[in-house]
Design a protein around this ligand. Structure first.
Ligand code: ANZ
Ligand code: ZN
Length: 812
C-alpha cells in the first residue's frame, strides 16, 4: 500500500464537501440545534496565523462531532472588515480600503478552505458590506429612539497619531491599543451608547432583563473572563455624605467605601474639576488657579500613578465632619478624579495610602481609628488599609468595620446627612470615530429641526468614494461633497450629515444575530430564525477579548431584549479561549522576531490534517504553547500509520484481537467522544495513538474496527477519514455517518488477577474472567491444587470476598 498522499487527497475532499454542500445548516429540521461560533476575523493583509488555525480547528472538530451525533449544527464564518489598518494602508498607498479588504478576504477564504474547515458559507457576512451595515445603522436608530444612544460633550481619549477618539476600553493604561501612542484628553462632542444602564437587572414590561453583572452567573465561561468583566464594571458599594462648608450654604458631598473610618478624617479633598472650586470664597485664588492649570495638562493615568501627590490648601475654607461636627481643612488635589464618585473625598491618612502620603507631605494630622492584632499602622510608614476594630470613634468603639459601616449608614440616613450609594467604574461606550472605514452614523443635522435620524427607508447611508484619506482630526467624510449634499427629512431644508463613523466594535456586537438569517433584506434577522438558532451555544476566541468585545456584545443583546427585538439575555452560553501559540523560541510570533510560522507553508509540507492535529496535540487548548516543527513530523507519521492499517484488513474477520483489544477499542470510542465534548483534544488524540499501537500488534484487522477508526478520526483529521471510509466502501461521506456507540459490555476489563488467602495469608493468585461472583470464584479456588492443600481437613468458618480482587477463606 502506498503512503497516504495528502497532496492529492485533501483538495479532492474539499471540493467534494463544497459540491455536496455538506455543512449547510438545515433551515427546517427536527434535530436539536447547536450554534458553534468562532470570533470572526479581521481580514488583515497578513492572512491566517497559527492562532486562527488553532481556534478554527477546535470549533471545526466540535462542529463535525455534533453533526455526527445527530445535531443540526450552525457553524458560520464571516469578516470583521471595517477598521483602521485598511484605512491606514490607504493613507500610505492610496489603495481604497474596500479593495484591500476584498483581497484579504479572498486570501483568508482560500486558506480556510485549504484546511478543511466545515463552515456554512451560505451565511457568510461582511461588516463593510452595505447589506450588513444597513442593519448596524438600523440598530443604532433603535437605540437612539430608545434613548440608549446619545450625543454629549465629554472629556474623551484622543489619539493624536490615529487622529481619532477611543473608547475607555481601547485606551487602557493611557495608551492607544491600536498604535501604542500616549492618549490625551480632549473635550469633544461625541456619540455614546448607554451601556451603564445595563449593569444591574431591570424590569421591562413585567419581565426581568438581567444586567451585565448578574447575567454572568448564568453562563458557562472561564472564571478569569468573568472576573475581568466584573472588574471592568467596578461595582463599589459605599455611602455619600455631606460635609457642610462653614460660612456658606454649600456642602461638599463625598463618596466613601470606608465610612467606618470617618472619625479619622482630618481633611477633605476636591478634584480640580469639582464645580465648588470656583464657587467657594477662597483667599488664595491665584495660587489655586495656577494649580488647576497644571492639573489640566495631565492625563488621568498620570494623576493616578503613585508619584508624589500634589495639592493646594483652599485658604479660608473649612468643612464640618457630619459625625463629629469638627471642622477640617479643604484641599484641591489631582489625585482625586473628577469623573468618579462625587469628585470629592474625605481623607483618612491613617487608613488610605494616598491620603497618608499627602498628609505626610503637607504635615496634616494622622488619626488612627481602626486596629488590627498587629498594630502596624503609622509606624511602618504606610496606612493600615484592612478592616478591623474601631477605636477613637466614640460610641462606635469596639465594633468591627463591617458592622460599623452598617450602623453609620443608618445614622446618616436617619439624620439626612448621607445615603447608601453604589458607584461603578464603567462609563458609557463612546462609539463615534473620526475615520472613514466604518459604518456611517445615520444622523442628519438640520438648522431648523436639530438632530434628525435618517428615515429607515433611506438606509443604508453608504460610504462615499470621493474622499481623501489624509487624517485631519475630522472624519475624511467631512470633505466629501457627495456625502453631504442632503436635505432634512423633516422640513426639506438643506442639511448636513453626521460625518463620524461607528467604532468597529459596534459592527461586531451583533453579527452573531445576523448569521441566523444573513440574507434577509427586510429585517436584521427574522424572529423565527432568531428563535431557531440563538443564543450561541459555544463561542470560541482569544482571551484578549475578555473585556471589550464580549462586554459590548452582551450589552447589545440586553438592549435588544429590552426593546423586544430578541428573547434572550446572554448571547454566548458557553465560552472558551484558545491559548496563544508562541514561536519555537518561546516568544510571541512576530515579524520582527522572525519566528512566524506560516500555516500555508506547513500545510504544503505536511498537509492540513497534520497541521490541524498537531495544533490540537500541542497541549490543552487554553494553554500558551510554543511551536515545534518536529512535533508535526510525528503527527504526520501517525496519520500515515492509521491509513496503512488498512493493509491488514481481513474481510472475513468479525473482530480484531481478543477481548483485551476490544475493550481498549471501546474505551477509546468513549474517551474520544467525551474529550471532544470537553475541548480536550490533546488527550483524545493521545488515546487514538495508544489504540493504534495496540492494533498494529495484531496480524489482521476486522473491517468493522477499521471503520471505528475512520469515524473517530472524522472530526479530527477529516480528509484522511474520508479516504479510510472509501477503502471500506462506506456510504457517502464519513462526515455524515453517525458517531459510534461504545459497547459497554466489551469495555469491561476482561480478565482480573485475584489474591487467594487462607486464614489471612496469601497462598495463591488466580487470573479469571472479570465480574465473577463468590460462588463461581469458590468453585475455581477449591479446584486449585495449592489452595486445596491449605484447606484440606480444616473447617471453613467464614469467607471474605472482594469482587475481582480478593477471596479469603477463614479456617479453624
Ligand atoms: C475614605 C476612605 C478611607 C477611603 C479609607 C478609602 C479608605 P473604590 O473601591 O474604587 O470605589 N475615592 C472616592 N472618590 C474618588 C475620586 N473621585 N478620586 C479618587 N479617589 C476617590 O474606592 C472608593 C474610595 O476611593 C473611597 O473611599 C475614597 O476614599 C476614594 F481608609 O473614602 B475612601
Ligand atoms: Zn429640518
Amino acid at each position: 500500500m502506498a503512503k497516504y498522499n495528502f497532496k492529492e487527497s485533501e483538495p479532492r475532499w474539499q471540493k467534494f464537501w463544497q459540491e455536496q454542500n455538506l455543512f449547510q445548516a438545515e433551515q427546517t429540521s427536527t434535530k436539536p440545534k447547536k450554534y458553534i461560533l468562532d470570533m470572526f476575523p479581521y481580514p488583515s493583509g497578513d492572512g491566517l496565523h497559527m492562532g486562527h488555525v488553532e481556534s478554527y480547528t477546535a470549533t471545526d472538530i466540535y462542529s463535525r462531532y455534533w453533526r455526527m451525533k445527530g445535531f443540526n449544527v450552525l457553524h458560520p464564518q464571516g469578516w470583521d472588515a471595517f477598521g483602521l489598518p485598511a484605512e491606514n494602508y490607504a493613507i500610505k498607498t492610496g489603495v481604497h480600503p474596500s479593495e484591500t479588504t476584498k483581497k484579504a478576504i479572498e486570501n483568508f477564504t482560500r486558506q480556510i478552505n485549504s484546511l478543511g474547515f466545515s463552515y456554512d458559507w451560505s451565511r457568510e457576512l461582511n461588516t463593510s458590506d452595505p447589506s450588513y451595515y444597513k442593519w448596524t445603522q438600523w440598530l443604532f436608530l433603535q437605540l437612539y429612539a430608545a434613548g440608549l444612544a446619545y450625543k454629549k460633550k465629554a472629556k474623551v481619549n484622543w489619539c493624536d497619531s490615529c487622529q481619532t477618539v477611543l473608547a475607555n476600553e481601547q485606551a487602557e493604561g493611557g495608551v492607544c491599543d491600536r498604535c501604542g501612542s500616549m492618549v490625551v484628553q480632549k473635550d469633544l462632542e461625541q456619540w455614546f451608547f448607554k451601556i451603564s444602564d445595563f449593569i444591574e437587572d431591570q424590569m421591562v414590561a413585567g419581565k426581568t432583563v438581567k444586567g451585565l453583572l448578574s447575567g454572568l452567573e448564568t453562563v458557562d465561561w472561564p472564571e478569569s473572563t468573568k472576573a475581568a468583566q466584573r472588574n471592568w464594571i467596578g461595582r463599589s458599594e459605599g455611602v455619600e455624605m455631606d460635609f457642610t462648608v462653614d460660612n456658606s450654604d454649600q456642602k461638599i458631598v463625598v463618596f466613601t467605601t470606608r465610612v467606618d473610618t470617618i472619625f479619622g478624617c482630618t481633611y477633605v479633598v476636591l478634584a480640580p474639576e469639582h464645580p465648588l472650586v470656583s464657587k467657594l470664597q477662597i483667599e488664595n485664588s491665584t495660587e489655586v488657579a495656577e494649580y488647576l492649570a497644571t492639573a489640566k495638562s495631565k492625563t488621568e493615568l498620570e494623576r493616578m500613578e503613585t508619584k508624589e501627590k500634589t495639592g493646594v490648601l483652599l485658604q479660608g475654607v473649612t468643612a464640618r465632619n457630619p459625625f463629629t461636627g469638627v471642622a477640617v481643612p479643604v484641599f484641591v488635589a489631582d489625585y482625586v478624579l473628577g469623573g468618579y464618585g462625587t469628585g470629592a473625598v474625605m481623607a483618612v491618612p491613617a487608613h488610605d495610602q494616598r491620603d497618608y502620603e499627602f498628609a505626610v507631605k503637607y504635615d496634616l494630622p494622622i488619626v488612627e481609628v481602626i486596629t488590627s492584632e498587629k498594630n502596624i499602622a503609622v509606624e511602618a510608614g504606610q496606612a493600615f488599609t484592612d478592616d478591623g476594630k474601631l477605636i477613637n470613634s466614640e460610641l462606635y468603639n469596639g465594633l468591627h468595620s463591617a458592622e460599623a459601616r452598617q450602623k453609620m449608614a443608618t445614622w446618616l440616613a436617619d439624620n439626612q446627612k448621607g445615603r447608601i450609594k453604589v458607584n461603578y467604574k464603567l462609563r458609557d461606550w463612546l462609539i463615534s470615530r473620526q475615520r472613514y472605514w466604518g459604518a456611517p452614523i445615520p444622523i442628519i443635522y438640520c438648522e431648523f429641526c436639530g438632530v434628525v435620524p435618517v428615515p429607515e427607508k433611506d438606509l443604508p447611508v453608504t460610504l462615499p468614494t470621493d474622499v481623501d484619506f489624509k487624517p485631519t482630526g475630522e472624519s475624511p467624510l467631512v470633505n466629501s461633497e457627495a456625502f453631504h449634499t442632503v436635505i432634512c427629512p423633516l422640513c426639506g431644508a438643506p442639511a448636513r450629515r453626521e460625518s463620524d463613523t461607528m467604532d468597529t466594535f459596534v459592527c461586531s456586537s451583533w453579527y452573531y444575530l445576523r448569521y441566523a438569517d444573513s440574507e434577509n433584506a427586510e429585517v436584521f434577522a427574522s424572529p423565527e430564525a432568531l428563535k431557531q438558532w440563538l443564543p450561541v451555544d459555544v463561542y470560541l476566541g482569544g482571551a484578549e477579548h475578555s473585556v471589550l468585545h464580549l462586554l459590548y456584545a452582551r450589552f447589545f443583546t440586553k438592549a435588544l431584549q429590552k426593546l423586544g427585538l430578541v428573547e434572550f439575555n446572554e448571547p454566548f452560553l458557553m465560552l472558551r479561549h484558545q491559548g496563544i501559540i508562541l514561536g519555537s523560541d518561546g516568544n510571541k510570533m512576530s515579524k520582527s522576531k522572525g519566528n512566524v510560522v506560516n500555516p500555508d507553508e506547513i500545510a504544503k509540507v505536511y498537509g492540513a490534517d497534520a497541521l490541524r492535529l498537531y495544533e490540537m496535540f500541542m497541549g490543552p487548548l487554553e494553554d500558551m504553547k510554543p511551536w515545534n516543527t518536529n512535533g508535526i513530523v510525528g503527527i504526520s507519521r501517525f496519520l500515515d500509520r492509521m491509513y496503512r492499517l488498512a493493509e491488514k484488513i481481513d474481510a472475513k474477520l468479525t473482530q480484531t484481537g481478543g477481548a483485551k483489544v476490544q475493550s481498549l477499542l471501546h474505551k477509546t470510542i468513549k474517551k474520544v467522544g467525551e474529550d471532544i465534548e470537553q475541548f480536550k483534544f490533546n488527550t483524545a488524540i493521545s488515546a487514538l495513538m495508544i489504540l493504534l499501537n495496540e492494533l498494529e500488534k495484531e496480524p489482521v484487522i476486522a473491517t468493522n474496527d477499521y471503520r471505528f477508526l475512520a469515524l473517530m478520526l472524522s472530526p479530527l483529521a477529516p480528509h484522511l477519514a474520508e479516504e479510510m471510509w472509501q477503502i471500506l466502501a462506506g456510504e457517502g461521506s464519513v462526515t455524515q455517518a453517525t458517531w459510534p456507540m461504545a459497547d459497554t459490555a466489551a469495555m469491561q476489563d476482561v480478565e482480573v488477577t485475584m489474591v487467594v488467602q487462607v486464614g489471612g495469608k496469601v497462598r495463591q493468585t488466580i487470573t479469571v474472567a472479570a465480574g465473577l461472583d463468590q460462588n463461581a470464584i469458590m468453585a475455581i479456588v477449591m479446584a486449585d491444587e495449592v489452595v486445596k492443600k491449605w484447606v484440606e481437613g480444616k473447617e471453613m468458618v467464614k469467607i471474605v470476598f472482594v469482587p475481582d480482587k480478593l477471596i479469603n477463606i477463614v479456617v479453624k
